[in-house]
Design a protein around this ligand. Structure first.
Ligand SMILES: Cc1cc2nc3c(=O)[nH]c(=O)nc-3n(C[C@H](O)[C@H](O)[C@H](O)COP(=O)(O)O)c2cc1C
Length: 178
């Protein structure tokens, strides 16, 4: 399968990146082809809601790194969203990418795709990820994709927390199981 992993964190060696690595290893061990788009290191302008893309053949007014990820997004059979929790939600870098899906909304909506969410956060209560999970589930339902797994990694404030947790194994196994 073609898998696209989109990450949001600016920490190259951070908690969510570690989970992304684990997931990718599992998926590659199962023979899947994985592409990774690290939004924090890309130039992605936030959507300004000009609706130009809806009027002009799905062409966005911004010519930025979405042009790199869009073909991968269209061909992906699985899209994996990986983000740290910032104020009870996914972070701005990954949200900017999601909002820019709008240019391809008519193609993406109803496409035969599966989705995964992986979030990391310092709090010890899973309530802290409820906003991000609700937002993800709403998006997946709207796009008519299939949610095939959520890793909600609580108590993961810094890298050592996640390394010493069960979550990398869960992420690996989720990638391997696809
Ligand atoms: C701006 C900001 C907001 C944050 N908000 C939350 C939060 O609402 N709940 C929480 O548990 N942790 C919060 N954190 C902690 C991060 O989620 C946590 O450190 C996470 O592991 C960072 O992931 P990363 O290493 O992949 O960037 C916040 C961190 C930052 C920098």
């Amino acid at each position: 399968m073609n898998i696209l992993v989109i990450t949001g964190s600016a920490h190259k060696k951070g908690t969510s990146s570690y989970l992304a690595d684990s997931f990718i290893k599992g998926a590659e061990d199962s023979g899947h082809e994985v592409r990774r788009f690290d939004a924090a290191f890309k130039n992605v302008h936030p959507c300004i809601g000009c609706y130009s893309c809806q009027k002009k053949d799905q062409v966005c007014v911004f010519k930025d790194d979405m042009q790199e990820v869009n073909p991968e997004l269209l061909k992906a059979e699985v899209v994996v969203f990986v983000s740290p929790i910032y104020y009870y939600d996914m972070n701005a870098q990954i949200k900017a990418v999601i909002d820019r899906f709008y240019a391809n909304n008519s193609v993406l909506r109803g496409a035969d795709k599966k989705a995964v969410l992986m979030v990391t956060y310092g709090d010890e209560t899973e309530e802290s990820a409820e906003g991000a999970i609700a937002s993800y589930k709403g998006m997946v339902k709207y796009l008519k994709w299939e949610n095939v797994g959520i890793v909600s990694a609580k108590g993961c404030y810094v890298l050592d927390d996640v390394i010493n947790s069960e979550y990398p194994k869960l992420a690996y196994e989720l990638g391997k199981s696809l």
